[in-house]
Design a protein around this ligand. Structure first.
Ligand code: G6P
Length: 604
């Protein structure tokens, strides 16, 4: 949540900060601010609203300096106003603080600071850090930060500047920070895209790390001040990958990238002839009798698909739960449990804590993750990277696709290792998986047809999505996409459960999207379609190419390529992504930055 950029070097700091913040806007975007050192003073400009509001202000009142820090905010404590935006300054303007996360004991700290004469100008928890650091400062900024952090607890990515120093002091616990290394200049940011225009050499800070960043170099230590060695990693993502490549929205670009993403996820890992997959994991599935999968949002629906895949192919019982519930319900876990965390960002705090809960209880742990070097990857026994590349659109598309493919690989890996999946069944399944990039490419051709359907129903107040078995999560993901970016209320149900409640909602104003692809449950789903039709509902069926029968029951049909029924979610989610996208465009919504949402949620 929230985006941080810090710069010390030879360029105009505001250029670097604004460019970096623009690339981090997906992390939160209700206000933004910068502090730049100008003639020995820290000058601050911060504004509620989108980053452009700050950019316009900086155009009117330029701040010229080669050292500065900047922030985009997604509000937790205090409304998105100018005073609540970061950076937060001390009364004298000596110290600027930027903070992502939550300081849990900020209230008692604030009371103490006020009693000692500090004047607060915001309602944020973050401002206490500025005043605390000021109290501790005696010429050594890193030392003051260290002392302040020994009194504050909670989650933080903290970036601090002092008017008398040409250094940025940073610290992290839970919330991510990555340092970018240049020649005669150095950077810090909450995520890699902000650094890509300048460098690919980065250091991912770990929990409990602090660093002092100057023009000449970077020193990393722990919170007690002991030096620590951190690896310099070269990130492969290039700048272009993080740009829109001519598409009107990142989301559309990312939808169209999906065939390539699937190739990346599957590439080199499928060995159809040998009926195996090569995941280079140290974990041994034979040690585990059950699987728990934790995730949030879209990743949770990928986890749900994963349950069907693992149970069908590997015959291992799987429990799937949203991480925010799992972490607090004292789950029954033992050393024979494999806990899998699925996450695009690898930073979602609930997912991380759910995983930690399983780990504390002795489970083996596997991360199915997109972001290299992210927090979850550092805490698990093993990581299976999904290789989706940077996902900028807040509504996840290509990462979901890559997660589905990765869970197919995990299911085969487990089934083959345990001997519960027969080689010939694995061969057939892997053969079908190999075809997926081409099939998804083919599915994208339906966009114009889907745009017409989106237009036809764009005035609907509500949508219902139905699917059975492994297509139930697809229905939920379709409803989530529509809600997220079009703001149309959408509900999803397992198709068979419709008669136990949602059927009461059906009338001629309700579009009902039914996942009716080929499967052993096809006939049952057709019966559900008829139940909807009998009550005047308008059916949009997602069906397998060649199914002419379905046209008799549905007003609109979107055809998807034929595949193994356990892989139907991969081809079927594409039209649902496009339906949400086209509906949102039709309604003039902000597709890439829908209201109230954040790409990476690092608060509970
Ligand atoms: C947020 C995003 C969702 C995402 C979820 C989990 O809510 O808006 O798109 O699915 O977090 O994120 P993760 O990075 O853990 O996959």
């Amino acid at each position: 949540m929230c985006g941080i950029v810090g710069y010390v070097g030879f360029r105009e700091a505001t250029d670097v900060l604004l460019e970096g913040l623009r690339r981090l806007e997906y992390r939160g975007y209700d206000s933004a601010g910068v502090a730049v050192k100008v003639n020995g003073h820290l000058e601050v400009i911060k504004k509620a609203g989108k980053l452009q509001v700050l950019a316009d202000e900086l155009k009117a009142h330029p701040l010229s300096g080669k050292f500065g820090v900047g922030h985009t905010r997604w509000a937790t404590h205090g409304a998105p106003t100018d005073p609540n935006a970061h950076p937060h300054m001390t009364e004298q303007g000596d110290i600027a603080v930027i903070h992502n996360g939550i300081i849990e004991n900020y209230l008692p700290l604030k009371e103490g600071l006020i009693a000692r004469g500090h004047i607060f100008t915001s309602e944020t928890d973050s401002e206490v850090l500025a005043h605390l650091i000021e109290e501790k400062y005696q010429g050594n900024l890193a030392e003051a930060v260290r002392m302040a952090l020994s009194e504050a607890y909670g989650a933080y990515a903290l970036v601090v500047a002092h008017k008398d120093k040409e250094e940025i002091v940073v610290a992290r616990t839970v919330s991510p920070l990555v340092i970018g290394l240049g020649g005669g200049e150095n950077f810090v940011a909450s995520d890699v895209p902000a650094l890509l225009p300048y460098t690919r050499k980065v250091i991912f800070l770990h929990d409990g790390d602090m660093a002092v960043i100057t023009r000449e170099g970077v020193t990393v230590s722990d919170l007690a001040g002991n030096p620590v060695e951190r690896e310099v990693v070269t990130v492969e993502w290039d700048l272009e990958a993080a740009e829109k490549s001519g598409y009107p929205h990142y989301m559309l670009k990312e939808i169209y990238e999906q065939p390539r993403v699937l190739e990346n996820t599957l590439g080199g890992r499928l060995h159809q002839e040998e009926a195996t997959v090569e995941l280079n994991l140290k974990l041994d599935p034979r040690q585990y009798h059950k699987v728990h999968i934790v995730a949030c949002g879209t990743a949770y629906y990928a986890a749900w698909v994963g349950k069907y895949l693992i149970e069908s192919l590997a015959r291992i019982p799987v429990e799937v739960e949203v991480a925010s519930e799992y972490r607090y319900r004292d789950p029954v876990v033992d050393s024979k449990t494999l806990a899998i965390a699925i996450s695009q960002s690898g930073e979602t705090i609930d997912t991380l804590e759910g995983l930690r809960e399983a780990k504390r209880k002795g489970a083996g742990t596997l991360g199915v993750i997109n972001a290299k070097g992210s927090s979850i990857t550092r805490e698990v026994d093993d990581t299976l990277y999904i290789h989706a590349g940077p996902e900028i659109g807040v509504a996840s598309t290509k990462a979901y696709m890559a997660m589905l493919a990765a869970m197919g690989l995990v299911a085969v890996w487990m089934g083959r290792s345990k001997g519960t999946l027969k080689p010939e069944v694995a061969q057939e399944f892997l053969g079908e998986m190999r075809k997926l990039p081409r099939l998804v490419e083919e599915g994208l051709e339906a966009r114009a047809h889907i745009a017409k359907i989106a237009e036809k129903y764009h005035q609907a107040q509500d949508y219902l999505f139905l699917g059975r078995h492994i297509q139930a999560p697809t229905a939920y993901e379709g409803a989530l996409k529509l809600k997220e970016i079009s703001y149309i209320h959408a509900e999803a149900y397992p198709a068979g459960e419709m008669k136990h409640g949602p059927i009461a909602l059906i009338d001629e104003r309700l579009p009902v999207v039914v996942l009716a692809t080929e499967s052993p449950f096809y006939e049952k789903t057709i019966s559900n379609i008829q139940e909807v039709r009998a009550r005047g509902g308008r059916v949009i069926a997602v069906a397998t190419k060649g199914d002419n029968e379905v046209k008799r029951f549905a007003q609109d049909v979107i055809y998807v390529p034929k595949t193994h029924h356990l892989l139907a979610p991969v081809v079927s989610v594409v039209p649902l992504q496009l339906l949400a996208y086209e509906t949102a465009v039709f309604l003039g919504r902000d597709v890439d930055q829908p209201r109230n949402l954040a790409k990476s949620v690092t608060v509970e």
